[in-house]
Write a protein that binds this ligand. Structure first.
Ligand code: SF4
Length: 281
């Protein structure tokens, strides 16, 4: 049996940078907070909590964190949250991924004279953060049905950006639908290359193997998308959070097994799965 593991499996640059920043600051800061879980991965979040890192969830909790340092995760936050931190003199380290920061800057600048459409999941924290840089002029479009709900007049120009982890083909489809609906759009493709590479590598591997394993947290949207993509070309695709969820029966008799993982999956979990598969099949 041969294992084809995707080179792009696991932490992307932005997530690694944010997670490393938390671990690096645990010793030196009196009290360390993250605004929301640092990544969509329960194992990592539990480990950080056991080391004294506290997760803040609301702006009210954020304002009360004057005794420590708050780390902003790679998803980024709205302008309102940054203003709140500044106005209340709260010490913070902004680990917004530079690719997401670029979207904030684009949206802030373009919303001066344009409306904004964000192609992405409206409740995803990255999209919520991007919305918060649009001067209240953004609308999220995740699927075709959402296009009819766009509140902007067709004679006003619209700047279109994307959630970094959105599926590239779906983004293109939605852009075409917007064009067909006569929206006057200016497109800034902000899909992250890391996501695109991970998605195309996953598809390539999944189309060759007999069984495919996608490792990621069930709350991670990029992991769910990988599962969707792999499942489209390999019937025996399974989505697991960690080794104990692995369904052995889907791997029986396979001569090639593929492995990939979402951007928030730590290396040790990927290695554990890979070693188990190597030893047992
Ligand atoms: S997927 Fe890309 S944009 Fe998102 S955190 Fe990772 S490197 Fe940054």
């Amino acid at each position: 049996m041969e294992i084809l593991k995707a080179d792009s499996a696991g932490f992307c640059f932005g997530v690694k940078r944010a997670v490393d920043a938390v671990y690096e600051n645990i010793e030196s800061k009196d009290k360390l907070y993250t605004f929301g879980p640092i990544i969509h991965n329960d194992e990592v979040v539990k480990d950080l909590e056991s080391k004294g890192v506290t997760i803040l969830s609301t702006p009210e909790e954020l304002v009360s964190a004057k005794d420590g340092t708050v780390i902003i995760r790679s998803h980024g936050v709205s302008k309102e949250i940054i203003d709140l931190l500044e106005e209340n003199n709260i010490d913070y380290i902004d680990m917004t991924c530079p690719f997401v920061k670029r979207i904030h800057n684009t949206v802030y600048k373009e919303s001066e004279d344009k409306n904004i459409i964000i192609i992405g999941n409206p409740v995803h924290p990255e999209v919520v953060g991007i919305m918060g840089w649009s001067r209240g002029k953004a609308f999220a479009v995740e699927k075709e049905e959402d296009v009819s709900k766009i509140p902007f007049p067709k004679d006003q120009q619209i700047c279109v950006v994307s959630q970094t982890t959105f599926n590239y083909n779906k983004f293109q489809e939605l852009v075409e639908i917007l064009q067909k609906n006569s929206y006057y759009i200016y497109i800034v493709n902000t899909i992250c290359d890391a996501t695109r590479k991970r998605q195309s590598e996953a598809k390539e591997i999944a189309s060759k193997v007999d069984a495919m394993i996608v490792i990621g947290d069930k709350k991670s949207s990029n992991s769910k998308k990988l599962y969707e993509i792999c499942g489209g070309v390999c019937e025996k695709t399974q989505f697991i959070q960690s080794l104990h969820e692995l369904n052995d029966s889907l791997l029986q008799g396979a001569s090639q097994i593929g492995i990939t993982a979402g951007a928030s999956t730590p290396n040790n979990i990927i290695e554990e799965v890979q070693n188990y598969v190597r030893i047992n099949f």
